[in-house]
Write a protein that binds this ligand. Sequence first.
Ligand code: GP9
Ligand code: MN
Length: 633
Amino acid sequence: MKKTNYPKHSILAVAILLTWIKTYVVYHTSFDMKIENVMQQFILFINPLSFLLAVYGISLFFKSAKARNRYLLITSSILAIILYANVAFYRFFSDFITLPVLFQTSNFSDLGASAAETIYVSDVFYFIDVLLLFAAIKWLPNAKEATIVKPAIRRAYFVISAAVLFLNLGLAETERPQLLTRSFDRELLVKNIGTYNYHIYDIYIQSKSHAQRALADGSELVEVNNYVRSNQAEPNYEVFGTAEGKNVIVVSLESLQTFVVNEEMNGQVVTPFLNSLTKDKDTYYFPNLYHQTGLGKTSDSEFIVENGLYPLGGGAVFFTNSGNTYNSMSEKLNEKGYFTNVMHSNNKSFWNRDIMYDALDVDKFYDVDSYEVAEGDAVNWGLKDIPFFKQSVNHMTEMQQPFYSRLITLTNHYPFHLEKEDQFISEYDSNSGTLNRYFQTARYMDESVKILFDELKAKGLYEDSIIVMYGDHYGISENHNEAMSQYLGKEITPFESAQLQRVPLFIHMPGSDQGEVVEEVSGQIDIRPTLLHLLGVETSKDMQLGADVFSKDHEEFVIFRDGRFVTDKVVYAGNVCYDKETGEETEAAACAPYIERAAEELGYSDKIINGDLLRFYDEKTGNLLIDQAKDKK
Ligand code: GP9
Ligand code: MN
């Protein structure tokens, strides 16, 4: 055979380069990914590389040229099919493939029909790298030569491929902190770690929850059920059903904490409209309600409100358990004839909402595509709250009534940027730009809520609706304690930090004349039973862990996702028991009985979610389906 000057591993290099370049071109031509700066462009460019180096690198173990070439071709074809499947899926769903979609059998008919429609002859382009690799194997002179690779060389090769992966992850982490721990958006994942790595990550997350699910059986429900039943709170029949038949409008107030309500900042009122609601004759205001979210932030609060269960301790339950059986508030209201929907002007795959809302039985998701985002109308991650509310109310006028709409706001979100024309008050003057701007965006949110009320009145929807608004989670993290302590005029101890987890809840019932400030210590987990009971919907058979705040049985005991808790007497934080009244450390015995119960309750909630136990429960009869086969549903 003729000797050539081609480098020894040129066929491997050709395979990697072809798939790499094709993937990068496909990113730009076939997906709609917003690239905001040069760094993001660079990350997008290098993100296929680490995976391709590793997977094609396996060919270095093959001793014969024929086997090696066959491996390279098969790998190249599989990768082309995976990428192409994503392209075809994206054309129809504007989203990347995630395993649960493939498992949800109801999606198959959709998928099949849409796939046929979205395949074109020109799609052979997506396989061009396979064809070129085939040609290279045929024509490249040294492609037929076997190359024996020394183990040391192979090791060096894989070290380099790992180094590329870490470089990629490092850059992604600076660009999007907590990307992997929170896994908040598929588009962001693909943008930062690449399609191929994303699929591995997706398989990892999904198989973890599948394994836990497979091991669970109905008998685990016995203990959970006993706990839930013994902690159940009877409705208060004085208020039960007082909002029956009304449209339900639930508003998630992004990052709004109670510390700004009824307060001033440098002589400026932060939330004038919400302040007026705290004294309004038709509004229940809850100043002592705490958020209970974990890493899943907004989505965790949605999960709590819909299901009356805690989110998970690690990762966002919207991602990890979107294939579970739930008995959500949407499902219950669907059964009462409500049209259930969520409105949020962001990319629908954020927090895996598009998939999770199916599991929660939400009839329709009005995502960013249902909104007109005119020039100058967007800030941070999407449409500003004022145009968002206006357009949302327009959608409501077209809905079948009664409806249950959950509106998720976005403007009061970190890093709290706002254009000049939307700044109704000046900034604060601490060393934290974040806190300084937070007051302005909170003020903007207040204005937007006022406009929501005005719009509902103008469109004739107000009188027939009940409006529930809650802060989803904290906006100011502990990184800003110094600035926070300047504002509050006191040191931020673990006690104060826990108290800062209060988020406001308003339940506004036009014409009810029932308004009051409900001082009861409560949590987001109580919202579901409280609201359902106001609507006259029983929850006595539901597998939920919250309790109706109006019930005489409601206990003042709020458990945070991280194990901290608050009662009417104590606050347990940083492993210290504090007297709630004074904020001073108190004897551990005052907290001791609750520590175990907090862990127990969180444990039961985790058990329900990880084992997907609601598939073994009949909420109509309250029967446990213990003898059912494990693979039910
Ligand atoms: C994203 C929005 C904000 O769609 O809900 O999410 P967050 O970062 O607050 O969880
Ligand atoms: Mn949020």
